[in-house]
Write a protein that binds this ligand. Structure first.
Ligand code: IPE
Ligand code: IPE
Ligand code: MG
Length: 250
């Protein structure tokens, strides 16, 4: 049974000082490598190291959900060689890190259209998810071959399959079919690497997320940088459509 969370558009969600859910576009690996005259894949490898630090920092800060954009549905457009190396890195990271995640009480989820991955990778994903299923300290979601538009269309397709008589779902009806229905909507969205765009990440779920952009390249993004992002978040006024005065009266 999926636990239902407040929707930012249908209800006003309760908010806490520490964001419950942080979603990150880990960007800038290629530029990090280029600056050091290294191949792009060296930046990706360094980026994987950062994931470990940021998972630990999130546990330390009391964040409950961390969602990372690892590979977009558009990243297949990259040179074949880079795509293959990214897949290899993903496989190695799963092979090496799942045990540690499990010991740290992390529940692993991988969302996206996994049908395009080879069976070995799919198998590793399935085993990692199963092994960590009962953990409750932090839910780490890796978005792989993920696209926000795919997510919404996929939800609609599955809703239709369950409702053969047709019709049109409303927000409340469609939401449980989205790939991250097990998590509250992100409170804080971070994009490293200086670009200020969403690049087809969680289009539906980011409706009321606070956006934070930093020039810091992902392989340089550490616990201190995360703390700065959380501090910025804590200075925001989340109104969800209401006025400041309404918030003061609560
Ligand atoms: C993000 O870093 C990682 C992935 C998209 C897989 P990039 O590879 O996009 O790095 P830049 O943007 O070229 O620096
Ligand atoms: C977004 O980064 C995807 C990931 C970080 C996985 P990109 O580097 O692919 O985004 P664009 O192409 O600059 O928008
Ligand atoms: Mg990029």
């Amino acid at each position: 049974m999926i636990k239902r969370f407040f929707s930012s558009t249908l209800d006003v969600p309760a908010i806490s000082a520490v964001p419950r859910h942080i979603a990150i576009i880990m960007d800038g690996n290629g530029r990090w490598a280029k600056k050091r005259l290294l191949p792009r894949v060296a930046g990706h490898a360094q980026g994987v190291e950062r994931v470990r630090d940021i998972v630990e920092a999130c546990i330390h800060q009391g964040v409950e959900y961390l969602t990372l954009f690892a590979f977009s549905s558009e990243n297949w457009r990259r040179p074949q060689d880079e795509v293959s190396r990214l897949m290899e890195l993903f496989v190695h990271a799963l092979e090496r890190e799942v045990g540690k995640l499990h010991r740290n009480g992390v529940r692993l989820k991988v969302v996206g259209d996994l049908s395009r991955f080879d069976t070995h990778l799919r198998d590793l994903i399935e085993r990692g998810e199963k092994r960590t299923h009962g953990n409750a300290r932090l839910t780490l979601t890796v978005c792989a071959n993920y696209g926000g538009r795919w997510d919404i269309l996929n939800a609609f397709k599955h809703w239709l399959a369950d409702h053969p008589d047709g019709g049109v779902p409303d927000e409340e009806a469609l939401a449980p079919y989205l790939s991250m229905a097990y998590a509250p909507e992100p409170d804080l969205f971070i994009r490293t690497g200086g670009e200020q765009r969403v690049s087809n990440f969680l289009l539906w779920q980011l409706a009321y997320a606070e956006l934070y952009f930093t020039e810091v390249l992902w392989p340089d993004f550490d616990g201190k940088q995360l703390e700065a992002a959380i501090q910025s978040y804590q200075r925001r006024e989340r109104r969800f459509g209401r006025t400041s005065e309404q918030l003061d009266k609560r």
